[in-house]
Design a protein around this ligand. Structure first.
Ligand SMILES: Cc1ncc(C[n+]2csc(CCOP(=O)(O)OP(=O)(O)O)c2C)c(N)n1
Ligand SMILES: CC(=O)[C@@H](O)[C@H](O)COP(=O)(O)O
Ligand SMILES: [Mg+2]
Length: 640
């Protein structure tokens, strides 16, 4: 049984209005209660613990100072929003975080008025906040906009596009840079170095605005707020101030984001005095206040359920290595064979498994930070130079780099290998992270070869095939989580481009699977067999080029052909239908059905539950096959 922490200050808060009635000491005490509540709740649910713990004081202070929800508090990514949820009327459901039917692990408009803008992909907050300020200035019923963005997320291009725009617009807008010197992995890049430099930079001349902030500090607090007093520092960029000032922002900080004696006066002063865009640089510690998080390598970025006392996380006992690990290991094997192989990740070295290659070939693995667009074009450049880049990006984040895939890779027919992890539904992260669309958006592109792994051995074959394929771009997708547990060879084999395979022979219906739903299709075949219906199962392997001969063979020899994929409409099934329709083969002799994700976003839950919601279980597949073939259920007690 979990012992709930004592939280007297939090118990007296039903929303931010209650916080605004508290004195500063009580507000600081409230933050301690919120931290205890977040630790206790996440110990039961798992989730993004470290990022949330790092912003406890900041979140409480913002709600204490600003008039939320009229003022719009926009968290970048939104993975750090648990303290915010606790104090904005969702404490009673905080232990349902990321669970089926429960609170989302991110900000979500449908959930609360206090979530004015949903997120989960990074670096969108400043753009959205600027949108709200324009709304405010054009008479919409909205107050100030405050974007809270991390040091990892501010490295992405979108954040600079937004600051470029906001700086020249000159509207009153608050950007709070939550600088904990961590992304998921240690942060990379020149911007990260620049921000670190700001801590150490000599205090510059106080600007006019800074004088105003300083004057606004209550006398006794001035001694404590060394950083707060020097509200504008002078890291020279060749001009008169910080990079942010050069972009048109007033720069405030850096201040200690865990010290209410700095946070509250600075936020109050900023709120009182700002006339244009202000960037407040707040230094925090990821995992703050919970030793197991503070001391772990990723600062407790993403944890499973844990024991609060010891910090020990509930370990799932995998039956098989994860697809990610199989990919990472196979990539390292290929890299060993071919020195031209290089790898690119956008801030996800361990998430994508390229850290396995990195451990052996450090100088051939490039972490570009949260910069999918750059990562893709960077890979294109390396391919143009003659290298063999593997660009390993989650399906959902590859969406960010799509124009680069089209314009820089496919159009120039450059041999970039796209390793698309987290394809299909991913579970607790929910619809923002679902890898739903890549089959359609990749297969639409001329020159692109598109593969999906039916199991982890197939994935090894695809890594090797991609390494060997140098005629143009090639992509292969695979899901989150563990494989099916088959024995792995030392090295994958090269598979013929555009050739699928028959997995099992039957004569009534054919199930043509593209990707990792293969095991579910095999289960469907068992259910069909129980009805006396025999199914051929084929693993398409390729959505592009299609194995047209295989598809025609299936069509000729069965009453029904069902395509199955872990992706949205407009993907593999659509490719098959285009092909058959244009050859006049959809003539009704064999009924064709496509099984895809439905045309709606699927709420977070365990992956199996999400696929059940999507209508993609073995029972659904078997029922679709029987209905399409016009076969009635014969045996009672067998569900299809
Ligand atoms: C476009 C995009 N790429 C990658 C990610 C994966 N991701 C989520 S949080 C994160 C690190 C964010 O670092 P930071 O903004 O500093 O926040 P912190 O976790 O340190 O509080 C990454 C890479 C994402 N959410 N969106
Ligand atoms: C917030 C975010 O985008 C990542 O932390 C993501 O939740 C990681 O997902 P995986 O656990 O699938 O690597
Ligand atoms: Mg960070």
């Amino acid at each position: 049984m979990t012992i709930r922490p004592q939280t007297p200050f939090l118990d007296s808060v039903s929303g931010p209005a209650d916080i605004r009635r508290m004195n500063d000491t009580a507000i600081a005490n409230l933050a301690d209660d919120v931290r205890a509540e977040v630790i206790s709740a996440v110990s039961e649910t798992g989730g993004h613990l470290g990022s949330s713990l790092g912003v406890v004081e900041l979140t409480v202070a913002i709600h204490a100072v600003f008039d939320t929800p009229r003022d719009k508090l926009i968290f970048d990514v939104g993975h750090q929003c648990y303290p915010h949820k606790v104090i904005t009327g969702r404490r009673d459901r905080i232990r349902t975080l990321r669970q089926e039917g429960g609170l989302s692990g991110f900000t979500k408009r449908a959930e609360s008025d206090y979530d004015p803008f949903g997120a989960a992909h990074s670096s969108t907050s400043i753009s959205a906040a600027l949108g709200f300020t324009v709304g405010r200035d054009m008479g919409m019923p909205t107050g100030d906009a405050i974007a809270v963005i991390g040091d990892g997320s501010i490295s992405a291009g979108m954040a600079y596009e937004a600051m470029n725009n906001a700086g020249s617009e000159g509207r009153r807008l608050f950007v709070i840079l939550n600088d904990n010197e961590m992304s998921i992995a240690p942060p990379v890049g020149a911007m990260s170095k620049y921000l670190s430099g700001l801590y150490a930079s000599p205090v510059g001349e106080l600007h006019k605005m800074a004088e105003g902030f300083e004057a606004a500090l209550p006398g006794p607090l001035r001694d404590h707020a060394r950083r707060a007093r020097h509200l504008v520092t002078g890291m020279q960029t060749g001009g008169s101030g910080t990079l942010f000032e050069e972009l048109g922002f007033s720069y405030v900080g850096p201040i200690d984001g865990h010290d209410m004696r700095q946070l509250l006066p600075v936020l109050r002063a900023a709120r009182t005095r700002a006339t244009g865009p202000v960037l407040i640089h707040v230094c925090t510690k990821k995992g703050k206040g919970y030793a197991p998080a503070e001391t772990s390598a990723d600062r407790g970025h993403g944890v499973s359920k844990f024991d609060v006392e010891s910090g020990a996380q509930a370990k799932s006992r995998p039956n098989a290595p994860s697809y990610t690990k199989v990919f990472g290991t196979a990539l390292a094997t290929e890299a060993q064979m071919d020195p031209a192989i290089v790898a690119v990740t956008a801030a996800m070295p361990s998430g994508t498994g390229v850290d396995i290659m990195g451990a052996r070939f450090k100088n051939r693995v490039f972490d570009v930070g949260i910069a999918e667009q750059h990562g893709v074009t960077f890979a294109a450049g390396m391919a143009a130079s003659g290298l063999k880049p593997f660009c390993a990006i989650y399906s959902t984040f590859l969406q960010r780099g799509y124009d680069q895939v089209v314009h820089d890779v496919a159009l120039q027919n450059l041999p970039v290998r796209f390793a698309i992890d987290r394809a299909g539904l991913v579970g607790a992260d929910g619809p923002t992270h679902a890898g739903a669309f890549d089959i359609g958006f990749m297969a639409a592109l001329p020159n692109m070869v598109v593969m999906a792994a039916g199991d982890e051995v197939e994935l090894m074959h695809m890594v090797r095939t991609a390494a060997a394929y140098d005629e143009g771009p090639i992509a292969f997708r695979y899901p989150r989580g563990e494989g099916v547990g088959i024995e792995l060879p030392e090295r994958g084999e090269i598979i013929e481009i555009g050739k699928g395979r028959i997995v099992q022979e039957g004569s009534d219906v054919a199930i043509l699977c593209f990707g990792a739903h293969l095991a579910e299709c095999q289960k469907a075949a068992e259910k069909l067999a129980a009805q006396g219906v025999t199914a051929t199962i084929a693993d398409a392997r390729f959505a592009k080029p299609l194995d047209r001969a295989l598809i025609r063979q299936l069509l000729r020899n069965h009453k029904a052909l069902i395509t199955v994929e872990q992706g949205a409409k407009g993907g593999f099934g659509a490719m098959v239908l285009h092909d058959l329709a244009n050859d006049g083969l959809l003539d009704g002799r064999c009924q064709v059905r496509t099984m895809t994700l439905p045309d709606r976003y699927i709420d977070h839950a365990a992956p199996d539950a999400m696929y059940a919601d999507a209508g993609l279980t073995a029972v659904d597949i078997a029922a679709t096959a029987m209905q399409a073939a016009g076969i009635e259920v014969k045996r009672q007690g067998v569900t299809v």
